[in-house]
Write a protein that binds this ligand. Sequence first.
Ligand SMILES: C[S@@+](CC[C@H](N)C(=O)[O-])C[C@H]1O[C@@H](n2cnc3c(N)ncnc32)[C@H](O)[C@@H]1O
Length: 281
Amino acid sequence: MPLDWSPTGPDLVAQGDNLDLLPRLPDAAFRLVYLDPPFNTGRVQERQRMQVVRSADGDRTGFAGTRYETLRLQAATFDDRFTDYWAFLEPRLIQAHRLLDERGTLYLHLDYREAHYAKVLLDGLFGRENFLNEIIWAYDYGARAQHRWPAKHDTILVYVKDRRRYHFDAQAVDREPYMAPGLVTAEKAERGKLPTDVWWHTIVSPTGNEKTGYPTQKPVGVLRRIIGASTEPGDWVLDPFAGSGTTGAAARALGRRFVLMDESAAAVEVIRGRLPGVEAV
Ligand SMILES: C[S@@+](CC[C@H](N)C(=O)[O-])C[C@H]1O[C@@H](n2cnc3c(N)ncnc32)[C@H](O)[C@@H]1O
């Protein structure tokens, strides 16, 4: 059954598993899809490894009366969890690709440990020539590891549906201060510079106005930049892992339309509080 959504209808938040909801939307309906999936959501499959060893106390008897015992080794959970994670993500990325229009862009927000595998998967799905950027969102917050370089960034992979047609407007986003304003003219320093693929942006402040209390909330400033550059006013934006609804908040502020999805009732409640009047299905 199609989802009760129309390009001329209201913005929407839908509660449910996005793999059930996404196929109910029509092809090429969105200019932008932003995905911020949770890490390792896939069902954890604990594959028990066994080893049979000789043992005087063994409960099995083999050739020439030798006794054997079966040992249960530590479960090999890491590989299974990893495989399950990609089995979880891949069908959702296939849907995201289907739902993008010919000028559309996908932003996949990941942990640095996953990003390289996602790159290989998305190269296959979108075509390597449609890979636009790897954005590094750098922040500086929280404890610092002493035994390695503290990891203080997320990776956002950017793919376009069609390299020859996609929408991108670098001038539509906030400019940044120059790192060394003394090296450019006063006029340039005043205007600021266009952002690069490395974005310095604070996390959502634990005490600021933006905070909703939702644990994985992303800063609205990061979503403003994504939506500002890759869509135009009136375009439709889709976020299948909406959480606290940051994508909806940025889209609304910029005059874009949105469909948000989340399986959690708590997330939908936060979204309805944050985006008054949004239609919930
Ligand atoms: C990392 S959070 C997203 C945070 C969001 N970007 C924000 O700024 O608040 C991931 C979200 O995906 C949701 N989620 C996980 N699996 C899902 C699924 N199969 N279908 C829909 N939502 C899912 C979780 O409930 C969680 O809210």
